[in-house]
Design a binder for this molecule. Structure first.
Ligand code: GTP
Ligand code: SPV
Ligand code: MN
Length: 614
């Protein structure tokens, strides 16, 4: 029997008509013929199914079941040490024309790429189950639900996708009823199991391909089981493919957290903030304000889809369903809200350390370091070991519904009006704690020139300074010049009175002595308070060549020990020499865009040059 007729039998055997959606049925058929799994399974998204898959993952050695009293219904997984983060060098945008991918993306001709991938996917699921996961990014009752279907040969991906996105039969039925378009997202770990061969806990392939076809709205991911490489609803769909859809339809898909703040007077403000990977989004999204009388509520921690509302206001929706947060640095003192969400259970931890009583630990979780652990690579670990117990990009994957401070508007398909946008990066020098943009266009300039030192969230060197426009460098699914033009076009569609104010922030600046110039975490509420008081026209600021920075005493330092207005002045200082160097670096970055750079940003650069003077 040929592989394809073999597969027809399999699909039929799993329920005579698993779907009435003709394109979906055809695609599943085609993929199973190509990848030749031993069975095809349609994911229903139920708790029973999840428990069964988790039990299988425990039996297979992928999952360690955690102590139920410490972390109910929770599991730890440990990846292959070569599969621990997103792989930007192996990430491709395969538009028909190279110029549509632009100079910031890897590109290959779609037909050439399909030929390579077809070869890799041929038989890639042999000996494994092929799971079909119907999902939707954003609420299912949205005006136009954004559907996807991930096909994967990894049960770890199924269990994780159930936390990160709305999945299963409800989604499938609505998709069928609407005969809706869906993004086909194909994933294989690229490790076929030969008959009689034992599986490994974390199958993957040394060769990885994370490939997007923006015109077709399709995703093919091969060789990795980790995070953004494998949970295709997240970065691949909700950012890369969605950004291309958003450009065509006049909206924005952004790498942003969403936070609702209520002032002591009871006025609510929604803040969106774009920081590169591992630069503080989840922490700010789950902030406990240290400043009196202010309330914070979470709307989203990683992705924000923004549209222009009926009154010309900018509105944001979080398309995700869970948190996929950096574990190290998340602790009871820095982020108790995340810790409380995690403690409710129903979580998957990847590459953290195990405690002797069946719990998990990572650097920064508790002030006290356990005397003994099993590190993420399975070795005995003590504080003397000299290596981190948890991988720096280890993650917790937890339902967002478990966040106590979740704003009720999270569930609203219309989202919330955005009142302020922050752009921020990890910079030891130059960039002040906070700077208010001179105008909307000046704010876009801040976003377009955003820069940050690289982190463990992507494979490659750490601490290397790079430009990361709107924190989207690895996630723009098309030409970055077109992306900046798209941002530039938003104002014309919006009500100018309702455009958010834009701020540039840097929680990571150092003092001349080498310590952090700002305490960060919950105290970032003090910076947010200043930003909102700027919107309200209440707080003081100093005009500088780069924008408006707080005066030393305009930041509320009440209750903050050992931190004075003079320290604020250090944190917000605009150093002329540093900015001359920065200007040269921005000129170099802009030169890469050539003619694609919007005129408005050329004008902003010229204005900055002039204001900085000699
Ligand atoms: P991704 O999930 O990769 O997109 O990361 P993220 O932007 O959500 O970053 P996250 O909030 O997880 O923070 C990453 C790291 O930065 C953690 O180790 C935090 O402890 C640290 N961090 C976050 N906020 C602050 C801050 O205000 N000050 C300092 N010094 N460190 C911070
Ligand atoms: C990021 O790197 O920005 C993340 C983690 O949020 S991942 O899902 O792996 O992309
Ligand atoms: Mn992220």
């Amino acid at each position: 029997m040929s592989a394809s007729s073999d597969q027809q039998v399999l699909v039929a055997a799993q329920g005579t008509a698993p779907t009435t959606h003709a394109q979906l049925a055809a695609w599943v058929q085609e993929v199973s013929a190509l990848t030749q799994p031993s069975s095809v399974y349609w994911v229903d998204g139920s708790q029973e199914e999840n428990d069964r898959l988790a039990a299988e993952l425990v039996d297979g050695g992928t999952f360690v079941r955690l102590n139920d009293e410490l972390f109910p219904h929770s599991f730890a997984a440990f990846s292959d040490p070569k599969d621990v983060a997103r792989v930007e060098e192996r990430t491709f945008i395969c538009s028909k024309e190279e110029k549509d991918a632009g100079f910031t993306n890897n590109w290959m001709d779609p037909a050439e790429m399909k030929a390579i991938l077809t070869d890799r996917f041929t038989g890639s699921m042999r000996g494994r189950t092929m799971y079909v996961i119907p999902f939707v990014m954003g609420p299912l009752d949205a005006e136009q639900p954004q559907y996807g279907v991930e096909i994967t040969d990894s049960a770890y991906v199924v269990v994780s996708m159930r936390i990160m996105a709305r999945i299963g039969t409800d989604v499938l039925r609505k998709m069928e009823a609407e005969k809706a378009f869906f993004v086909p997202a194909l994933h294989s770990v690229g490790a076929p199991l030969e008959p009689g061969k034992a599986d490994v806990p974390w199958p993957c392939n040394d060769e990885k391909w994370i490939v997007h076809f923006p015109e077709e709205r399709a995703i093919w991911s091969y060789g990795s089981g980790y995070g953004g490489n494998a949970l295709l609803g997240k970065k691949c769909y909700a950012l890369r493919i969605a950004s291309a859809i958003a450009r065509d339809e006049g909206w924005l898909a952004e790498h942003m957290l969403l936070l609702k703040l209520t002032s002591p007077e009871g006025k609510a403000y929604n803040v969106a903030a774009a920081f590169p990977s591992a630069c503080g989004k989840t922490n700010l999204a789950l902030l406990t304000p240290t400043v009196e009388g202010w309330k914070a509520e979470t709307l989203g921690d990683d992705i924000n889809w923004m549209r222009i509302g009926k009154e010309g206001e900018l509105r944001g929706v979080n398309p995700e369903y869970g948190l996929f947060g950096v574990a190290p640095g998340t602790g009871w003192s820095t982020n108790p809200n995340a810790m409380r969400a995690i403690a409710k259970g129903n979580s998957v931890f990847t590459n953290v350390a195990l405690t002797d009583d069946g719990g998990v630990w990572w650097e920064g979780m508790t002030d006290e370091v356990p005397a003994h652990l099993t590190d993420w690579q399975g070795n005995d670990w003590t504080p003397e070991s000299g290596s981190p117990a948890a991988h720096p990009n280890s993650r917790f994957c937890t339902p967002i519904s478990q966040v106590d401070m979740l704003a009720p508007e999270y569930y609203s398909p219309d989202g919330v009006e955005i009142h302020a946008i922050l752009f921020g990066g990890r910079r030891k020098t130059t960039i002040p704690l906070v700077t208010e943009a001179r105008s909307w266009t000046n704010g876009i300039f801040m976003g377009a020139t955003l820069s940050s030192e690289t982190t463990a969230a992507a494979a490659g060197a750490l601490g290397v300074l790079r430009r990361d426009p709107m924190a989207m460098l690895p996630f723009i699914g098309y030409n970055a010049g077109d992306y900046l033009n798209h941002w530039d076009s938003i104002a014309a569609k919006a009500n100018p009175e309702r455009l958010p104010k834009i701020f540039l922030v840097n929680w990571f600046r150092r003092t001349p002595e080498g310590g952090f110039a700002w305490p960060g975490f919950g105290d970032n509420s003090r910076v947010l308070k200043w930003a909102i008081e700027r919107i309200e026209g209440k707080a003081d600021a100093v005009e500088t060549p780069i924008g408006f920075v707080p005066t030393g005493d305009s930041i509320d330092l009440d209750g903050l020990e050992d931190f004075t207005p003079a320290d604020v002045e250090v944190a917000v200082r605009v150093d002329h020499e540093e900015w001359k160097t920065e200007l040269a670096s921005i000129e170099e970055w802009f030169a890469g865009f050539g003619e694609a750079l919007p005129q408005s940003l050329k004008d902003e650069l010229a204005g900055l040059d002039e204001r900085l003077g000699a």
